[in-house]
Design a protein around this ligand. Structure first.
Ligand SMILES: [Zn+2]
Ligand SMILES: [Zn+2]
Length: 176
């Protein structure tokens, strides 16, 4: 765990900057970290509450959703996160914390898990539909050839039935 030790933060405003090698981060199935990760933020301390404002930069490798090839995805994400102490057996008053506020999290044992913070920022930066390029030709559905790199002789004249219906409609109109 890449922990930020909160007990060492004694002043109201401190700064943190660190470069991590890709291997220092936990692996995920969704992407690979392929460049050093620069994490830099300001820490604003207010009694037991901490606010981390900064950014994280690196390069990820994602699988293309069409051709499955890996491609590089640069990340430069800004964040503004608030951390409250996790209170066990909290009284009624403790529920005042904005639970629906996505930027509010909890910490335990005087530590913030920076590995988790970075992974969350990486996930937030991922595209909805990862593509190696906008005009990626994908894989041949018949033989699996990567059509960006080669061709094949398969018949791939599948047509969307909705478009076919539309086409028929137009031709009928013309004949009218
Ligand atoms: Zn692709
Ligand atoms: Zn084919």
């Amino acid at each position: 765990m890449l922990a930020l030790n909160l007990s060492k933060i004694r002043t109201a405003h401190e700064q943190f900057e660190q470069v991590y090698q890709p291997g220092a981060l936990e692996r995920t199935a969704d992407f690979r970290v392929v460049a050093p990760v620069t994490l830099a933020f300001d820490i604003h301390k207010d009694k037991q509450q901490f606010r981390l404002v900064g950014h994280v930069q690196t390069t990820l490798e994602l699988p293309c959703s069409r051709c499955l090839d890996g491609f590089e995805w640069p990340v430069d994400a800004s964040f503004d996160l608030r951390y409250h102490p996790h209170v066990e057996n909290a009284g009624e008053g403790e529920h005042e914390i904005e639970e629906d506020d996505l930027t509010t999290a909890f910490y335990e044992h005087d530590e913030i898990d920076l590995g988790q913070l970075m992974q969350e920022q990486f996930y937030l930066s991922l595209p909805m539909k990862p593509l190696c390029s906008d005009d990626c030709k994908g894989l041949c559905p018949v033989c699996g050839t990567n059509l960006n790199r080669g061709t094949c002789d398969c018949k791939r004249d599948w047509e969307d039935p909705r478009f076919a219906a539309l086409k028929n409609l137009h031709t009928t109109k013309k004949e009218f």
